[in-house]
Design a protein around this ligand. Structure first.
Ligand SMILES: Cc1cc2nc3c(=O)[nH]c(=O)nc-3n(C[C@H](O)[C@H](O)[C@H](O)COP(=O)(O)O)c2cc1C
Length: 478
């Protein structure tokens, strides 16, 4: 695994998975080149000599969309089926022991420190990614760091960041996200919330900061655990918060209560494929210091309309977490978990070896409750038998088509957490800030009380197949 973004890019370059682009315009051209390349499942991109900016001020995009990028960033072995990779990660999470970061005296992030009147966030070539975006977004592949004022743990999460002016940015987090809760705690005491945001960092820290770690578990400690090595941090001069020592660009500052300072945010081309949350007033960060490495690199991870997947091809960010929680809740017989749909977060499939009547229903209901994380997450839940591969969409649809009786096996449960970026929210609910959604739970398992006499499956048995393959081997080999 990699200790910074640039060593990861170097590796991608060495294996022919990086294209360098010079002279592109930050205004829509970089965003559109990235979109076209992602649609083609192309390599990662490194933009340099951006129009109007000096050489060396770079932007890397498309670095985790591909299976190769994700495998390298997460240190995953090659050749394993997706569900096995998810299972291995789930097993690792069961054994989690925090490896806290270590404070070092200095790091490359201190190569340039800018304060006072010299602060200008637009010294970096920040793209306007999509045509209807309301501004330039420096934070799309970023990590926002805050500390809970009561419980003294550090949260790191990815929340989009838009530039307001040279010294101010917005940070948009939907209801229920940890930073939303943490900043509210400061504001309720009449205090400003100290914040650090990194705009380019080691890929694993970014990956983990996009995952719904349970409340109280620091993403820094999880990265340290997964790497068997603590993350090196320096102490921020202004906030005292930890700053990853090898980050590319970092801002430090404070977020005042919205009654004191806020700004319009959005619209932004979102991962759902729409600009659904429109423009709203959101909290801001007043920048008190900028740190950056020489020849800094912004990590750009802008959303692209589905079915292009801009998150992780293997849904470690949703399926691992769900599987881990189902087992922690005492569920037995789970054979595999996968999450399909936009962002690999909307349609959860759990495969189970049914052990008792009501087992599948229990797992479906728990899945709907446990798989959360904002807009549309786990909106559809499908429970299938253990002969169905949850990663194989065709297999899953076969089970839904042939084992689910719509009259008795589909439930709609209302009132789950969603967010303003949910395009189905009615104008009335939006105005009332009721950002909830219903979830659909589909039991596509054979009914437990009929499991023994359910119609047999029309497929040659494994023994017969083996025999036939042995005898007719030449037909099945190249
Ligand atoms: C590229 C990317 C961008 C994201 N942007 C946002 C965002 O703008 N706002 C938000 O609330 N969640 C966003 N998320 C989801 C959060 O990062 C995710 O829910 C994470 O678990 C939040 O951390 P927390 O659980 O510590 O709050 C984004 C995820 C990814 C992968």
């Amino acid at each position: 695994m990699f200790d910074d973004l640039r060593s990861f890019l170097q590796k991608l370059d060495e294996i022919g998975q990086l294209k360098k682009v010079e002279g592109a315009d930050w205004n829509l051209e970089i965003g559109t080149i990235n979109e076209l390349m992602a649609e083609r499942q192309g390599p990662a991109l490194l933009f340099d000599k951006v129009k109007g900016y000096p050489a060396g001020y770079r932007i890397a995009t498309n670095i985790l969309h591909t299976v190769i990028g994700q495998r390298l960033a997460f240190g995953l072995p090659e050749g394993l089926p997706d569900v096995q990779v998810i299972k291995d990660w789930k097993d690792k999470w069961h054994k989690y022991k925090p490896v806290p970061p270590v404070e070092v005296k200095s790091g490359p992030i201190q190569e340039n420190i800018i304060t006072g009147d010299d602060i200008d966030i637009l010294k970096f070539p920040v793209p306007k990614w999509h045509e209807l975006d309301g501004g330039r977004y420096i934070g799309t592949g970023s990590v926002t760091i805050t500390k809970d004022p009561d419980e003294d743990w550090v949260n790191a999460g990815t929340y989009r960041v838009m530039i307001v002016d040279n010294k101010t940015v917005t940070f948009y987090a939907s209801p229920g996200k940890h930073v939303s809760i943490i900043r509210e705690k400061y504001w309720a005491r009449g205090e400003n919330c100290p914040v650090v945001v990194c705009f380019g960092q080691e890929p694993l820290l970014f990956g983990i900061s996009t995952m719904p770690m349970p409340w109280g578990i620091s993403e820094f400690d999880m990265v340290g655990y997964l790497k068997s090595k603590p993350v090196e941090v320096i102490k921020g001069n202004v906030t005292g918060l930890p700053i990853p020592a090898t980050a590319e660009i970092v801002i430090e500052g404070f977020s005042s209560p919205p009654s004191v300072a806020s700004s319009q945010e959005g619209p932004f081309g979102e991962w759902t494929g729409y600009y659904a949350s429109g423009m709203r007033v959101e909290p801001v960060i007043e920048i008190k210091a900028i740190y950056h490495r020489n020849n800094p690199i912004i990590h750009g991870q802008p959303p692209i309309k589905p079915p292009v997947n801009t998150w992780f091809p293997i849904p470690l960010h949703t399926a691992t977490f769900l599987w881990n929680r189902l087992e922690t809740a005492g569920m037995q017989g789970i054979q595999g978990v996968y999450v399909h749909g936009p962002g690999n977060r909307v349609i959860a499939v759990v495969s189970v070896k049914q052990r008792y009547v009501g087992h599948a229903k229990q797992i479906g209901t728990l899945t709907a409750a446990l798989l959360s994380g904002g807009s549309l997450t786990g909106k559809y839940v499908i429970v299938v038998d253990d002969d169905i591969d949850p990663a194989n969409w065709g297999d899953v649809m076969w089970a839904v088509s042939t084992r689910c009786d719509p009259e008795t096996s589909i439930d709609i449960v209302r009132g789950f957490l969603s967010s303003p970026i949910d395009p189905t929210l009615s104008p009335e609910k939006r105005a009332a800030r009721d950002t909830t959604t219903a979830k659909v739970i589909v039991n596509a398992c054979k009914p437990f009380h009929r499991i023994k006499d359910f119609a047999p499956v029309n497929r040659a048995s494994d023994e017969l197949r083996e025999k036939v393959i042995e005898k007719w081997n030449y037909l099945f080999t190249n």
